[in-house]
Structure formats: C-alpha cells, structure tokens
Write a protein that binds this ligand. Structure first.
Ligand code: G3P
Ligand code: CA
Length: 245
C-alpha cells in the first residue's frame, strides 16, 4: 500500500496557503489530496480560508464572516507571501473544487460555514466520492454528517475511543497527531486499535523526519497530512524504486 499525501493548505511552504497556486504546487510535487479550510461571508458565500480574520493571509482586515463576498473577492491573498503572487484571489469554494476535481481528492476541513451549502456544492459537482471532511468543531462535524452523509467523515483520534468515533461521528477515517510533546497520539498501539476497528488512518505532522516517515510506512498508515509534500513524495518514491543488485 502506498501512503497518500494530503497537502496541508496546499504546498504552503512554496506558495500562499489555501490559494490556487499553492494547490497547483502541491499536485506538481506529487500530492494526492488537497487539504483546505472553509469559511463563509456575511452574505453566505463559501471561501477557502484558514483564519477567522483575513488579516494574516490577505491585504485586508477583519473577520471574514462580517465581510461581503464583493469585499473578499477584491482581496489580495498572495502578496503577503511573496510579491510574485500579488493579486492572487481568495478562492471561492465552488470554483476551486471545480477547477481541481479532475486531478485531486479533497480533505475539506470545515472551520465555520453553512454545512448544507457545502453539501450542495459537493453534490452539484458530483465529487462526494473523492471528498472527506473533518472539523475541530463538533457542531460543524455533525452538520456535515447530516448534510452530506455520502461524504466520508474523518475524526481526530483524541475525540474518543474507536466505538465513539464510528458510532457518534460515523467515522471511517481517523487522524493522529504526530509531535514531540504530550499532544502526540501517533503510537503503534493507537494505530493498531484504529485498524482493528476498521478505520482508515491518517497522520498529521508539520515536520520532516525520516524516523516518522519510516513509522508511517511500517505501520501501514494510509495518508500523511503535511506541509512537506515534496519530502514525503521523495521518501515514498525511493521506497518503491527497485534496489541495485
Ligand atoms: O487535520 C487537521 C490539520 O489539517 C490541521 O489543520 O487548519 O489546524 O492547520 P489546521
Ligand atoms: Ca486545516
């Protein structure tokens, strides 16, 4: 089994996160799944954006939920990262999914948005089978389960024991967090428990570590959610290459 690569906010070390250039770069580097965040404006238009405010990743200020779509469409989401990306827009969710649907799978992280509106877009584009969704908000999580029961649900391992993950959240995928601190829950014991419960597995890590990459391979993890797309792609390609006699 080849471990898939979920590209955390696109290839966000090379291009402004959650923009089309970052998603293009992610696929060019060998990514399989595009991870992104969803928020909405005051007039109910859905966008790909991580933060509650537009301050960090655009030239504007204020909460996106208090802005109109006309105001968000006028923002520059690229110049803060590098002037090469000046005039890059904040992607509208529907246009972004339509542009990439023939080339990628999607990990939809719902920050705060109308779950029915997200589901409508997924169904109109006929992409449910290539999407999975997750949220740190239980309300958003259960909202997506209600609005789009045909979309796979991923949950974070820390949400509860496997029977809760499968029964309450109808999860088919679980994500572990690999870190050097007490937050780490990526252990062999936990991975084996998830696999025994029939859950697909994903790991989130923001580091480049040959030891971690080897654990992901050896423990049969299905997907790595990472900023370091090209590093993990090089690792898995090397594993697959025929060895010299
Ligand atoms: O699965 C969670 C991971 O994708 C982290 O996302 O939005 O907190 O950077 P975020
Ligand atoms: Ca995210």
């Amino acid at each position: 089994m080849m471990t898939q690569i979920a590209c955390h906010r696109g290839a966000r070390l090379c291009a402004p996160e959650n923009t089309c250039p970052a998603f293009e770069a992610a696929l060019a580097q060998g990514g399989d799944v595009l991870e992104f965040d969803v928020r909405q404006t005051r007039d109910g238009v859905l966008y790909v954006m991580h933060d509650e405010t537009v301050d960090r990743t655009t030239n504007g200020t204020g909460p996106i939920a208090e802005m109109t779509s006309k105001e968000v469409d006028a923002l520059d989401a690229g110049a803060w990262f590098d002037t090469r990306f000046a005039a890059t827009p904040v992607p509208r969710l529907d246009a972004f999914l339509d542009a990439f649907k023939s080339r990628a799978a999607f990990y939809i992280e719902v920050k705060w948005a109308d779950c029915d509106a997200i589901a409508q877009i997924i169904h109109r584009l006929d992409i449910a089978a290539q999407c999975y969704t997750c949220s740190f908000s239980e309300e958003m999580h259960l909202g997506m389960l209600r609005a789009a029961p045909d979309v796979a649900q991923m949950v974070h391992w820390r949400r509860g024991p496997p029977e809760v993950l499968t029964e309450k959240f109808d999860a088919t995928i679980v994500e572990f967090y690999a870190s050097d601190d007490a937050e780490n829950d990526f252990t062999l014991e936990n991975v084996r428990a998830a696999q025994a419960a029939g859950l697909a597995t994903q790991v989130y890590s923001d580091t480049v570590s040959p030891a971690l990459f080897a654990q992901i391979r050896d423990w049969g993890v299905g997907c790595l959610n990472t900023d370091h797309v090209s590093d993990f792609h090089a690792f898995r390609t090397a594993q697959d290459s025929p060895k010299a006699p």
